[in-house]
Design a protein around this ligand. Sequence first.
Ligand code: PLP
Length: 437
Amino acid sequence: MSNNKFKPNESAHPETLALHGGDYRSDPTTTAVAVPIYQTTSYQFNDTEHAANLFALKDFGNIYSRIMNPTLDVLEKRIAALEGGVGALALSSGQSASAISVQNLARAGDNIVCSTDVYGGTFNLFSNTLKDQGIEVRFADPSDPENFRKLTDDNTRAYYGESLPNPKLKVFPIKEVADIGKEFNIPLIIDNTSAPVICKPIEHGAAIVIHSLTKFIGGHGTSIGGIIIDSGKFDWSKDPKRSPTLNEPDNSYHGAVWTEATKPLGPIAYIIRARVVLLRDIGSSLSPFNAFQIIQGLETLSLRIERHCENAAKVADYLSNHNKVDKIIYAGKAEGVAAERSEKYLSGGYGALIGFEVKSGKEGGQKFIENLSMLYHVANIGDSRSLAIHPASTTHSQLSESDMKAAGVNPNYIRLSIGLEHIDDILSDISNALDSI
Ligand code: PLP
């Protein structure tokens, strides 16, 4: 069948890639069009030579589902295509993606420089668990990209930031920090969880992109997952001392030097090592069933993001004209340099996330949440349903008032993740809750 050969080309749009990317047209055995759930642990080898070649990475193919699986393979290829990368590695959670993205470059005694504006779970992982493992994470305020340079030394292995971090919702200076990194041959890792489709970190110089698939990409609040995407554009061999994990013989893989071993396969040293060393050893694999669920979300991602952004823009307009609202925090209503960064790095919308501060303080914030009836009160973002939380009494309640302030959370701050309900219903729920305070 000739149309079984269809493959989206280089200029295919995100909507098309999400449906047709991933080298998958139909199942080769059954001709099933939906990506099947390959619920298997292992794969039969053709013969001993085939098995040996797979283990030696001379042939690409399936060995064992902790390390690779055909359902995950479609998801990985589709998201790599969407982000403009050469390869990707799906994992059991966004947390695992953040951890492995760093552990693939930094070992005990090394450091990375990370934006102060990152998800609380990332902050904990970096400032406690990685620290206990000997990897120092230095935190830089991204409002001045030069802060990354100031914290760099010979042992710095990566820069790390979030494209659209909440609660501050100030877009990260991707190109500015990537350019500083280029001077030192340091790669920039960007967590693009809050801005899929509308932000393309690789186009602005990021070497690696990660996502929590749990949020907008899965989109329906059903499955936890994460992914790392390799741009294939970072030259890991240019300064071998900067990237020792990819340039020194790897004792765990017959002394392989990853930049050398992957030369015949393309610029995939980073993502191959993440898979065959870290995923092999740590084992945080995504289940095929969750990969299937996330593929269902991915297929409508662009359409959903469009509506998320459209609805959020209307909510932001509504809130900025409301007499009980003191301040609005939204990438589409930023000011000064932050506004320039919103325009430079986001296109097609400003995301689904909005923060706002009510005039009636912490009590008003809590009361607002209690009086919502349609919006869910949950510690999550990126669901197709609209969500709300009052960070000062929940996610940030353990912080001192000054630490809370530094994180961008005032006692009267409310975070919304605007979903896909009809805008009139969303506004009506918000309006009723504001009337009650
Ligand atoms: N990165 C960001 C920006 C997040 O918001 C989250 C979760 O909230 C994560 C990473 C971690 O993802 P997961 O919950 O899938 O482990």
